[in-house]
Design a protein around this ligand. Structure first.
Ligand SMILES: *Cc1c(COP(=O)(O)O)cnc(C)c1O
Length: 391
């Protein structure tokens, strides 16, 4: 027995992280400062994208993406119901319409065939964008999505919150890192404490598109610029700043970027730990019949799963959840399907036919998965699951 709580995910803070934040606090900048640029540069290099824009959180990142892409009334965007609500909400912030398509029950990500069917069921030009999500850390095949998007003139925002460091292999045999924006127009990340890289609150947008990048910079800070070369009315004087668009304050403080940079330097290490933990779960559960437990590791040569989550499916999910909870193991369910939330029901999703998402929701449970999880703690989780399943 352990006498402490084991959550499904949590941050890992080291003395180096603390020293980095303390150093930022002693410096000249609390908010926009040199650590923001440094975090952006290092993150873009890690992921393999040309540009990165650090923002207040992952939700702000999504909102800035929909703004930069011009989402508005009449814009129709397709996403998955098995995601955090913000992947869909960002379309609503701009007055657009969300359309959900069902998931692939093996990868638990948006099923491209379902998206294709949905697009085909409407007149040409009906849809405008797709938001695929690397759910749990499973890297979506964005090359396939790009081909589909190009056929129908759609943009793609990859919600890569679960997958920094994950990759898939494209048809040329090249490893494509999640969020590198080689196939998506924009990609986003979150630095919430349960994610791979924690900064408290924080987010990042990556892109290879210079024009979108510049729009994002402007929108992040009220639509205001002081770039002398870009003013409409240039001759007011040195104090002059120009508000050219309706933007927001979605900046991230320098202090948080100090933590983000420090955490990023250990991201590869954290990823290795996640792979090891997943491997141990796989080993522990593989002898149990798939009637009792189904695992969602999906390892393989052609992808690197980023294992934000380790998801299992069991028949008595509620029973297992409660049993684990009584023993101090705080497993979690990802996610209550977004279209079943009262807000979405109230705006017309009551009748949506997304039965694979709903079936997964009735059985899915995310077991503890984070780099600081000890072998002993993991063994306790495994033993508890097996005890519940009589396996
Ligand atoms: C965490 C998360 C977000 C939102 O990020 P915040 O930083 O919490 O705003 C969006 N999408 C997915 C898939 C997430 O997991």
């Amino acid at each position: 027995m352990t006498d402490h709580v084991i959550p499904y995910g949590r941050q890992h803070i080291t003395d180096e992280d603390i020293a980095a934040v303390a150093e930022a606090l002693r410096s000249d900048y609390l908010t926009t400062g040199p650590r923001v640029d440094e975090f952006e540069e290092k993150f873009a290099a890690y992921i393999g994208a040309k540009y990165a824009v650090a923002v207040a959180n992952g939700t702000a990142a999504l909102h800035l993406c929909t703004l930069a892409l011009g989402v508005g009334a009449g814009t129709r965007v397709i996403t998955t119901p098995i995601t955090f609500a913000a992947s869909a909400n960002c379309v609503r912030y701009c007055g657009g319409e969300v359309w959900f398509a069902d998931i692939d029950p093996v990868t638990l990500t948006l099923d491209i065939e379902k998206v294709r069917e949905l697009i085909a069921s409407k007149p040409r030009g009906y849809f405008h964008g797709i938001v695929p999500v690397d759910f749990g850390g499973y890297p979506v095949d964005l090359e396939a999505y790009r081909a589909l998007a190009d056929e129908h003139d759609l943009w793609i925002i990859e919600d890569a919150c679960h997958a920094p460091g994950g990759w898939f292999t494209d048809s040329k045999g090249t490893k494509q890192w999640c969020g590198n924006a080689n196939y998506a127009d924009l990609a986003i990340f979150s630095f919430h404490p349960v994610k791979h890289i924690a900064s408290g609150e924080g987010g990042m947008i990556t892109t290879n598109d210079r024009e979108l990048y510049e729009k994002l910079l402007l929108l992040r800070t009220h639509g205001i610029t002081r770039d002398r070369g870009n003013l409409r009315y240039p001759d007011h004087g040195g104090w002059y700043m120009e508000m050219q668009q309706l933007g927001y304050n979605y900046r991230i403080p320098d202090i948080l970027c100090a933590l983000g940079i420090s955490q990023l330097s250990r991201a590869a290490e954290g990823m290795d730990k996640r792979q090891e933990i997943a491997e141990r779960y796989d080993q522990a559960f593989k002898a149990i019949s798939t009637e009792k437990i189904r695992v969602h590791g999906v390892p393989g040569e052609a992808i690197r799963h980023a294992f934000h989550l380790y998801v299992i499916e069991v028949a008595d999910r509620r029973g297992l959840y409660d049993y684990l909870r009584d023993r101090g193991v705080f497993a979690q369910v990802h996610y209550v399907p977004v279209h079943t939330m009262p807000y979405y029901r109230d705006i017309g999703y009551e009748e949506a036919d997304l039965h694979l998402s709903e079936a997964y929701y009735s059985r899915g449970l995310s077991l503890p998965m984070y780099p600081a999880l000890t072998e002993q703690e993991q063994q306790f989780v495994v033993d508890s699951v097996k005890a519940f399943l009589n396996a």
